[in-house]
Design a protein. Structure first.
Length: 368
């Protein structure tokens, strides 16, 4: 076991030390091991500790794709940041096997957020809970001059069905503010434009504004169940329409944002600002938590108004048809009377004239 800072001891978040790792075999210390998630360089397993029976998550990072110093950095950040209530707790057990570096952390019984946010998104209040807690975790990191750099639904872990307790995890990409890093992903819907525009394997400076952007994308994903665009660059028409609307080059709001209230749009304008130096920080979210975010009730009103308008048009058309029928009938009767007038004597003509006056003065009752 490795002893880290405890109690009131001051944690140095930037003094990362190389660790001497004990070599262990998983099956001698853990049982019920099952795969939970994996990516190109790491796998996460659920397991139970043989000694205590406690459920834990084992993060196994492959040696062939990861340097030991990078593993030590991730463990260091995971352990020390885990002091925060909205960040996954990392335990002291850290070791290596023949093929991987491993550390243990708390087990999230409901998995990650991507499993909770289905197509169509989640309820507004649940989305607000996620936004508030993730902003709280990121604010804590930013005060330590650390940037997560990989805020996404797969890295947020769920402990309650109503999303009242979620935690940020996976600190494999975490770096200090101002660090120079290389771009590793070609395209990502989560990446801010300053990262998207960087050529693959070229470098850029780490900044807290990158987390703020990803928080904005997270809010969109929670509410809609989809991404606003595939990539924040000029090749994506959905992103271009957002930038054009943002810069007031057009009054046409991007269709994917039409379900949001003016207050939420104001928040997203500040978080999804293309220029990082003008982008608001994660604390901006707190100002909007008491505001409505979705315009469902307004949409219902618009729909009702549309139905009412259609019904009015139909009623008007009905009246018009009846009036035209009335006029046509009068013309037919007039023609008949005139024809009768040419054949009848004066007495019959007088009676016919009275009939015309009667018909011309008649009014039909038009149904409402």
């Amino acid at each position: 076991m490795l002893q880290m800072a405890e109690g009131g001891a001051t944690v140095n978040f930037h003094n990362i030390k190389m660790l001497e790792l004990p070599r262990l075999e998983l099956d001698r210390h853990f049982c019920d091991v099952r795969l939970l998630a994996e990516n190109s360089g790491a796998k996460v397993y659920g397991a139970s500790q043989l000694q205590s029976g406690a459920s834990v998550a084992l993060k196994c990072i492959q040696k062939e794709t990861t340097k030991k110093k990078d593993f030590c950095r991730e463990f260091h950040h995971s352990y020390n940041l885990g002091l925060h209530p909205n960040i996954i707790t990392c335990f002291e057990e850290v070791f290596e096997t023949n093929t991987a570096y491993v550390f243990t952390q708390e087990f999230a019984p409901l998995g990650d957020l991507s499993k909770q946010v289905k197509k169509g998104g989640t309820e507004e209040e649940r989305a607000k809970r996620v936004a508030e807690q993730v902003a709280f975790a990121l604010e804590f990191m930013h005060k330590k001059d650390l940037v997560h750099r990989d805020v996404c639904s797969e890295n947020i872990f769920v402990f309650d069905n109503d999303l009242s307790r979620v935690k940020l995890g996976d600190f494999g990409s975490t770096q200090r503010v101002g660090a120079f890093v290389k771009k590793q992903k070609v395209r990502s819907p989560w990446a801010p434009p300053e990262v998207s525009l960087t050529v693959y394997n070229e470098g850029y400076l780490v900044d807290t504004a990158q987390d703020a952007w990803q928080l904005g994308i997270l809010i969109f994903v929670c509410l809609t169940g989809s991404y606003p665009w595939s990539s924040a660059d000029i090749t994506d028409r959905h992103y271009n329409s957002w930038v054009a609307w943002l810069k007031r080059k057009t009054t046409k709001m991007p269709p994917r944002f039409k379900c949001f209230t003016p207050r939420l749009l104001r928040l997203l304008r500040r978080l999804l600002e293309p220029k990082p130096e003008k982008r608001s920080g994660v604390r901006e979210v707190y100002k909007y938590l008491s505001d409505p975010w979705l315009i469902e009730s307004r949409s219902s009103a618009v729909e009702a108004a549309s139905i009412s308008s259609s019904e009015s048009l139909m009623a008007g058309s009905k009246r018009s048809l009846l009036m035209r029928a009335e006029n046509k009938l009068i013309e037919i009767i007039r023609s008949y009377v005139l024809h009768y007038h040419s054949l009848a004597d004066q007495k019959h003509t007088a009676h016919a004239s009275s009939a015309v006056d009667f018909v011309a003065g008649a009014r039909y009752v038009v149904p409402a």
